[in-house]
Ligand binder design. Structure first.
Ligand code: ATP
Length: 423
C-alpha cells in the first residue's frame, strides 16, 4: 500500500435492518484507466468481482492493487472507464454513498478514542449528517455491541489503541468497517503488521467473518499463502493490468502465462527453454541437460517448459559420481520430464525440504516431502515429472499452450474475461 488517508474510511450507506441481507455487491471494472502525471498505473479492460466472493488481489509492488481498491472506494476517480457495484454505475458516486468500507494496513485508529468510540465513529458521523435516515443512538449502540461480540472485543471496549496488541488493533479496524454493514469490504494488506502466529489466526477470522457477513470482500496481499488459501477468487495483476483471474487452485494449476506461473506459488515454478522435435508420442522437448516427451503436436519453434517444485519425483541418487556424469541423453525417455542436476543447497522448511540443484538445464528447485530421504549437498540426482504436471508456454509470447498430457497444442484463453494480452 502506498497511500493512506489521514483518517479512516468507512463509507456508507449501510442502511437496512440488522438482519437484512447485504445488497448485491459484485464489482465490475469496465475499461478503467487511472493515470498519475502521465503514467498509467491502472488499465483494466474488464474485471468482474463476483457478488459474495472473497476475492484476493496479488501482484508485484507498484502494480496498481491499492489504486484499484481506492477506485472502488471512490477515493480515486478513474481517468476513463466505469466502475459498477451491484450492477449500478458508481463511477460518479461519492465514497459515502457506495456502501463500501475499507480497512487499511495500519488500521488508522484514532489514538484518543476508546475501542467502542473508534468503532462507533463512522456511524455517529452518518447519524449527524443524515438525521432522518441515519442510525439513532440505540441502533449505534446495538451495532457496536454486535461487532464487538463478533470480533471478540467485548472485554476491550474501554481501552485505547495504545493499550492493544497488533492483532487486537486489527480487529478494531475490522469492527469499524463491518459495523457499517458494507456490501463491499475492501482490505488493503490488513494483516501485514501482524506476527506469523497472529496472522495465521487472523486469516481464519477473516474467512469466518466473510461467511457470517455474506458480503463481497476484496483483499490485497503480498502473501502467497493468503493468495491461495483465503479466497474464493484470485486476481493476479501485473503493471496495472489483470494478468489472470479465477479460482485460486485453477490459477495455480493452469497459469495463463509465464508471469503468473512464476508469480503465484512458492517456490516459484521452474522454467526451462526447450526446442520441440518430432516424436512418435507427439513431441520431444529438448534442451541442455533436459528432455521431455509430451503428447502435444503443433508446438511453436521455441517453448518454455515449466514444472512446480512439489511435482518432481526424485529417482536417485543416481549412483553416478559428479566426475563421471552420464549425459542426460542416455537417461530414460518415457512420457514426462527427466532432469538431472547436482544438489547445491538443501533448505529445510519444516513441512518439506527444498533442494536447489544446478545442472546443464540451469538452476531448479524441487520439494522433498517428509518421510523421503533427502540427498546431501554435492550429490547428483535425477528427477521425473509426469506429463500431466508439466506446463508449456510459447517463449515468444509467454502465453500458456495446451496441457502437455492433452492431445493438441492450442493457446488457452485467459480466465474471467481477461484478454490474452493480459488486460
Ligand atoms: N497519489 C499518487 N500520485 C502519484 N503516483 C501514485 C499515487 N498513488 C500511487 N501512485 C503510483 O501508482 C503506482 C501504483 O501504486 P499502488 O499503490 O496502486 O501499487 P500497489 O500494487 O498497491 O503497490 P504495493 O504492493 O507496493 O502497495 C505506483 O507506481 C505508485 O507509485
Amino acid at each position: 500500500m502506498t497511500s493512506t488517508p489521514p483518517t479512516p474510511l468507512t463509507t456508507g450507506p449501510v442502511a437496512g435492518s440488522p438482519d437484512a441481507a447485504p445488497a448485491p455487491g459484485g464489482v465490475t471494472f469496465d475499461g478503467v484507466v487511472k493515470r498519475y502525471g502521465g503514467q498509467t498505473v491502472l488499465d483494466v479492460a474488464r474485471l468482474d468481482v463476483p457478488h459474495r466472493s472473497f476475492t484476493v488481489v496479488v501482484g508485484p509492488s507498484g502494480c496498481g492493487k491499492s489504486t484499484g481498491l481506492r477506485v472502488v472506494a471512490g477515493l480515486e476517480t478513474p481517468d476513463s472507464g466505469r466502475v459498477r457495484i451491484g450492477g449500478t454505475d458508481v463511477t460518479d458516486t461519492p465514497p459515502g454513498r457506495r456502501g463500501v468500507s475499507m480497512v487499511f494496513q495500519d488500521f488508522a485508529l484514532y489514538p484518543h478514542l476508546t475501542v467502542e468510540q473508534n468503532i462507533a465513529f463512522g456511524l455517529r458521523l452518518e447519524a449527524k449528517h443524515n438525521r432522518r435516515a441515519g442510525p439513532d443512538k440505540a441502533e449505534i449502540a446495538q451495532r457496536v455491541t454486535d461487532a464487538c461480540a463478533m470480533l471478540g472485543l467485548a472485554e476491550l471496549r474501554r481501552r485505547r489503541p495504545s493499550q492493544l496488541s497488533g492483532g487486537e488493533r486489527q480487529r478494531v479496524g475490522l469492527a469499524r468497517a463491518i459495523v457499517r454493514r458494507p456490501r463491499v469490504l475492501l482490505l488493503d494488506e490488513p494483516l501485514s503488521a501482524l506476527d506469523a502466529q497472529l496472522r495465521q489466526h487472523a486469516r481464519a477470522e477473516l474467512v469466518r467473518l466473510h461467511r457470517e457477513l455474506g458480503n463481497t470482500v476484496i483483499l490485497v496481499t503480498h502473501d502467497q499463502l493468503e493468495a491461495l488459501s483465503m479466497g474464493t477468487n484470485l486476481v493476479v495483476m501485473n503493471a496495472g493490468r489483470v494478468a489472470q483471474t479465477g479460482v485460486p487452485a485453477d490459477v495455480y494449476q493452469r497459469p495463463a502465462d509465464t508471469f503468473v506461473a512464476t508469480f503465484v506459488g512458492s517456490p516459484t515454478m521452474n522454467l526451462h527453454d526447450v526446442e520441440p522435435r518430432p516424436h512418435p508420442a507427439g513431441g520431444e522437448l529438448v534442451g541442455p541437460g533436459i528432455r521431455a516427451v509430451v503428447a502435444g503436436a503443433g508446438l511453436p519453434r521455441r517453448v518454455r517448459l515449466g514444472w512446480r517444485a512439489g511435482d518432481g519425483v526424485l529417482e536417485t541418487p543416481t549412483g553416478v559420481s559428479p566426475a563421471s556424469e552420464r549425459p542426460t541423453d542416455e537417461a530414460p525417455t518415457g512420457p514426462g520430464l527427466t532432469l538431472e542436476g547436482l544438489i547445491d543447497v538443501v533448505e529445510f522448511t519444516g513441512e518439506s525440504t527444498v533442494i536447489h540443484c544446478v545442472g546443464p538445464a540451469g538452476g531448479w528447485r524441487a520439494s522433498v516431502g517428509s518421510g523421503v530421504a533427502v540427498p546431501a549437498v554435492g550429490e547428483r540426482v535425477r528427477l521425473r515429472v509426469e506429463p500431466d504436471k508439466l506446463h508449456l508456454f510459447d517463449t515468444a509470447t509467454g502465453l500458456r499452450l495446451a496441457d502437455p498430457a492433452g492431445p493438441v497444442a492450442e493457446p488457452v484463453p485467459s480466465l474471467g474475461g481477461v484478454r490474452p494480452d493480459g488486460v
